[in-house]
Write a protein that binds this ligand. Sequence first.
Ligand code: ADP
Length: 407
Amino acid sequence: MNILVINAGSSSLKYQLYNMSTETAIAKGRVERIGMDSSILTHEVDHQPEVREVSEILDHTTAIKKVLDMLTHRKFGVLRNIADIQAVGHRVVHGGESFSESVLVDANVKLEIRRLFDLAPLHNPAHMMGITAVEDNLPEVPQAVVFDTAFHQTMPPSSYLYAIPTVLYRKHKIRRYGFHGTSHDYVSQRTAEFLGKPLSQLKLITCHIGNGASCTAILHGKSYDTSMGMTPLEGLMMGTRSGDLDPAVVPHTINKEDLTLNEVSSMLNKHSGLIAISGLSSDMREIVEAMNEGNESAKLAFDMYAYRIRKYIGAYIAAMDGADAIVFTAGVGENSDVLRKTVCERLTFFGVKLDEERNSVRSSEPRTITTDDSAVAVLVVPTNEELLIARDTYRLVKNKTAGQASF
Ligand code: ADP
């Protein structure tokens, strides 16, 4: 079965085509600047140079049509016919309390995703455009939706409630939801496989450290607590997001700087974190480079960033009364040995013993970076959210068609 995985944004759309018999991505790419002039489609197939096509793509329906044309292109394509795509899986950021697992798209599911626009005004409407665009182009093909929040629906109320009047939760569902769930889920499964132990017996702390960043306490395979909140703004310091701060900072800043709520929201989401403290960049590579050249603001930004990760790890060891492994993943977590070292070097109280040589190895495979006698193992496990979306879609479509024609 071939499954097309789609991550639709408001003006962009990323795709990967998975062959499920080998679980490999046979083509991938992205469309950028949808709705603007000079839209760009970038398409990649293994061992071949990237293809770039500039054209006018005014909406998501046209974007999907272009992607399908590329996937079946005589020279650059990997399929003979679009009928070779048997299902489509979409990433959806917010599933609220309605979705604790991935589901096939039907009228009710679409209604519910629309109802959740309120909680994710930047993301869910764009995902909906992706779903409609696939319907327009491939009306017979089943679609599934995989939610970033679903994995965290196992959190107990003591983790997900904010200590504010409960009427706000009852009326408006204001609570912690958590994000990056697909990544935390995938990485925890991969970690259990790697350690050769059932997930149901493990206490894990997964640290997804990319442009966005979050830590999750995974108790016996289930999310017990996570650092992101009602929105992805809470928790760790990130590339451009502040992470945790005293909520009183918001009205105070509005008063002192004569800003609007939207301006403060934009400040906290887009102009805070690494870029604000370093004054340089939101990209950890540039921060490390500048720090190595003696830039003090970059060093402070780096130290704050690492310190907050360490604090969350400490909190989650306490929350679960122990941890078998701490796992780093995503762009920074997988690639920055200096970040991992800085986080781990003051976890010795918990018995973490980093092996510097293992930490400096680069590999796309899961690996341990602590010594064999470390009381808590620290691992690097590359994430693959698209594969998990493809797997969930495959499972749902197969279950639905069980007993009917086989793929
Ligand atoms: P997203 O959250 O957008 O999915 P990624 O997980 O792809 O992000 O992470 C992207 C970030 O990873 C980049 O902004 C960059 O800061 C960081 N990164 C990538 N490679 C390295 C590296 N070698 N060292 C440090 N940081 C890196």
